[in-house]
Design a protein around this ligand. Sequence first.
Ligand code: ADP
Ligand code: ZN
Ligand code: ZN
Length: 731
Amino acid sequence: MLKIALPSPLRRLFDYLPSQATPPCGWQPGLRVRVPFGRREVVGVIVELAEHSELPRSQLRAISETLDDAPLPADWLWLCRFAARYYQHSLGDTLHHAMPARLRQGHPMAGRTQTLWLAQGEDTDATLSRAPKQAELYTLLRQHPHGLPSRAVSAHGFTRDQLLALVKKGLAVSQEIILTAPEPQSGNLLAAPALPLNREQASALAALHEKLDGYHPCLLEGVTGSGKTEVYLQLIEAVVAKGKQSLVLVPEIGLTPQTLARFRSRFRVPVVALHSGLTDPERLDVWEAAASGRALIIIGTRSAIFTPLANPGTIIVDEEHDGSYKQHDGLRYHARDLAVARAHYHKIPLLMGSATPSLESLHQALSGAYRHLRLTQRPSRHPPAKLELIDLRHQRRQGGLLPGAIKAIKNTLASGKQVLIFINRRGFAPTLACHACGWMAECGQCDARMTLHRQPALLACHHCDSRRALPDACPECGSGDLRALGSGTERTEETLQTLFPKTTIHRIDRDSTRRKDSFEQVLKEIQRGEPCVLVGTQMLAKGHHLPHVTLVVVVNADGGLYAADFRALEHSAQLLEQVAGRAGRAAHPGRVLVQTLHPDDPHLGQLAEHGYGALARNMLEERRIAQLPPFCFMALLRIESPKEEAALALAQQAAQALRQWLKETGVATRCLGPVPAPMERRQNRYHLHVMLAADKRSQLHPAVSWLVQWLEANREARKVRWSIDIDPQTL
Ligand code: ADP
Ligand code: ZN
Ligand code: ZN
């Protein structure tokens, strides 16, 4: 009897009988099978072999087909089981999302052979002059003297028929190659020499070299631009030299062609990347290359943590504090936390790097659970610039900018340098208001104001994406005196263009970079170094090396200061420090102007005066006193429904039942709520939270697990949407 995980939200396995045909490896956990499920057929994974089923044999159905000759990688299966248990999620759903789409759809695991296409001969008779597509393809093949795999050819938009036509004309040949794991490396692994390290980098690397075997979690706290990446590269070099693999996680925003190029140009060994631009077959290729051990360096964003590794040597998590490591729906995992679990399982070192570490990781480092390495200096010698706070109160602004900021921009441009303006809001203005009666444009579906956009002109809700035409007159009082309130990127761009008509203003936000590659184009232009102004949102704030920027202006720093979410301050301080880190990274020192309505705020003051590191240690102390994470562990039950009463009734019942259970069992977990979510109504659905908190993880998980079972058994719970978020990052 086989216990099989199926793509279903139900937190259980399903029993099936084996088919007649036993797979060559015998029945084993990790084999994909196709099974009848209701009236459909679905792809599932065998998780256990069992003697008995709770169902009578007559009710058991047999699997229809085995899809693999050998089980999927054991380390991958382990991680999925761990994640499902830890996050209290359905294992079937976890496995389903953690495998490449091709495997999910039932396709075979990629083979070990590959067809390569090569150009040959010369088109002496100009036979291609009347076949422009074939001519293009021929040129493409000639640019790749080592041959192109079929998939790459089709990824360039060419068909198999076009290939065969070239073959017929004697201008191309195909070649089958067997893909093998690399030979144990000998000779030089490096394509480009490593940089000579400064003293701090060298001592960090020496400490890492000492512990290349066994589980050693380590936090590398290094100011922006201090050369953390160079330390990663040289750690990887040592791991590659042992013939082992390195898995490198980077934030969504960090996986740029520049980052990849930096890794690829350093090493002679295969570097593969997992990013959203891959086709499904390419993704499967990368998976297979990692699972077989062929790829020695694997770089990817959040979901890359689920890449199987034949021969793991280290895991590196760059910018470990970054919000993109947390998945916000389905399996709500945190890739950094799974990296910790995984490194422990593989018994390998884990390196987490950041200029602005999360309070969770910093706490582990300060308490000695993680090793703590620090880089306090930049190779460029210019320390990160201090933040200069400037008071927004009682001052006239143009496009959100104070006269002092405008003057600094002018001076910077005059000295031939670049300016970065950071503004947290895209669009023209945060809202549209009536000057006669005070009406403001609100979203009909959310508890939120609508953002005014000029290109194209409309009102848009950034929470539910609903759009509305601009009203000609106030819908409340009929007045025509409607005004844009506040500034977004579009307005600041417009103002700057008026103030500096001869200067190029680049706006970089989700609206301006919708076209694929347009962001890359702009970045390239910026790297050339002409004086210009960049106006951008978060997209610009992190990761990018902008050597010519010497002035950074933060239009408004107040977002996280007095927010309801206790993590808002941490996240906002991280963002400010990262933005500030864009200034003066190369040969010239930088300046950072921060506009604020709260120039006397002690947290902001500390950030400005002593930097994120000092503020973070202070925030940790405040969290300790308030008994908040990382000094306690949290889980969130989110309940949502179009009907407010239904959501509230279930939330109340759930909280009450849980409190009763906690009292009876003595499990030391606190239950708070229900409370409305910070934005209670979103997309016409009502959102409520029940919060669980415990001083020990061992007390939290049984409580969550009981609550999940209660919800699964509850009829009312089927009428609303609910989910569990372990270690929630936002409320
Ligand atoms: P971080 O990852 O800490 O933000 P990077 O690794 O991107 O910093 O380094 C910032 C800049 O400093 C890069 O241009 C990098 O090439 C350069 N750099 C790093 N280490 C050294 C070194 N030891 N000597 C000279 N330049 C270095
Ligand atoms: Zn009005
Ligand atoms: Zn909305």
